[in-house]
Design a protein around this ligand. Structure first.
Ligand code: F6P
Length: 341
């Protein structure tokens, strides 16, 4: 078979592990030819092809980013996009496609699959909010980067008696905020799942600084919002693909806290540093397992499915089941973050 492969949406560490696994298993075990498309769906629409053989995947396991390149482009929202995708698939004689992506790419995958193309998807996003899988590739690396940042912020917060706000990624779900907050021992975690009450935040800080501490660390997800009807009004600012304008909520929160408490307050926005660099062993392993599962699924004639981690097992779930859903942080985990303040 000739099998197409693309990576779409924001990059994450661990993508190259998936590409490597698909190529090694696909060529070696199944005898397929793997054809890469550069820059996600954009490359598929434009016919931007890159051959993928063993020589292209040498030494890529420890590398971040994606050797195929990526882009935020959705063929179903572009005039003639789906026709262009089908034309390239025909020209390249592609019999099935493996798409590695987050919510946007997976939504595009289900649209393309509806038009009769055989597709197997692989979930990746540092936000870890893809429904149907316990983990998405890239999340573990992002948590370890964010935790290290919180650890580092700790010492300077203490030295200066400051309130330090650390903003992490997470548009619709606060997975990085909750896990790095717990692992780094943050005093407060603010996540999109539970809109916050600024008055309670202020009371908590004042009480803590009066009673037993001279500094506090708040980890805030970029998608966190204040409660409706509370004394802070705020509207999330979005870019064209639903990406959040980095720093907006944390800068505002910092200003509110400083004004309401008088505490010396500083803001650190981790931004794309969370998506860069070497993948952790966990992401290399998950990427490798999902890559093998994806090419095996293609070889078995599966289509319209996504590889998913359920407990310790990698399984296949229908793409139609995950479309339009967001996997949020369970209330229990947010409670742990609160309980250990
Ligand atoms: O989807 C992952 C993500 O990292 C979001 O958390 C963030 O809002 C967005 O990507 C940033 O996107 P971009 O790389 O386009 O700025």
């Amino acid at each position: 078979m000739r099998v197409g492969l693309l990576t779409g949406g924001g990059d994450v560490p661990g993508l190259n592990a998936v590409i490597r696994a698909v190529v090694k298993r696909g060529e070696g075990e199944h005898g397929h030819s793997i054809v890469g498309f550069r820059h996600g769906w954009r490359g598929l629409a434009d016919g931007d092809v890159m051959p993928l053989t063993r020589s292209h995947i040498r030494n890529v396991l420890p590398t971040g980013g994606t050797l195929l390149g990526t882009a935020r482009y959705h063929p179903h929202s572009d005039d003639g996009g789906l026709d262009a995708v089908r034309a390239t698939l025909e020209e390249e004689r592609i019999e099935a496609l493996i798409c590695i992506g987050g919510d946007g790419t997976l939504h595009a995958a289900s649209k393309v699959a509806e038009s009769g193309v055989k597709i197997v998807a692989v979930p990746k996003t540092i936000d870890n909010d893809v429904w149907g899988t316990d983990r998405s590739i890239g999340f573990d690396t992002a948590v370890s980067i964010a935790t290290e940042a919180v650890d580092r912020i700790h010492t300077t917060a203490e030295s200066h008696n400051r309130v330090m706000i650390v903003e992490v990624m997470g548009r619709h779900a606060g997975w990085i905020a909750a896990t790095a907050g717990i692992a780094g021992g943050a005093e407060l975690v603010l996540a999109p799942e539970e809109p916050f009450d600024i008055d309670r935040v202020v009371r908590f800080l004042q009480h803590r600084h009066r009673a037993h501490a001279s500094f506090s660390i708040i980890v805030v997800a970029e998608g966190a919002v204040p409660m409706e009807g509370s004394s802070m009004t705020y509207e999330t600012r979005l870019g064209p693909f639903g990406e959040i304008v980095a720093g907006a909520i944390s800068e505002r929160l910092g200003a509110e806290i400083a004004a309401r408490t008088g505490f010396d307050t500083r803001v650190t926005i981790l931004g794309h540093v969370q998506r860069g660099g070497t993948p952790t062993p966990a992401d290399r392993i998950l990427g490798s397992r999902m890559g093998v599962a994806a090419i095996d699924a293609v070889s078995a004639g599966e289509s319209g499915v996504m590889t998913a981690l359920r407990g310790d097992d990698v399984v296949l779930v229908p793409l139609s089941e995950i479309a339009g859903k967001v996997k949020q942080v369970p209330a229990e985990m947010l409670e742990v973050a609160r309980a250990l303040a």
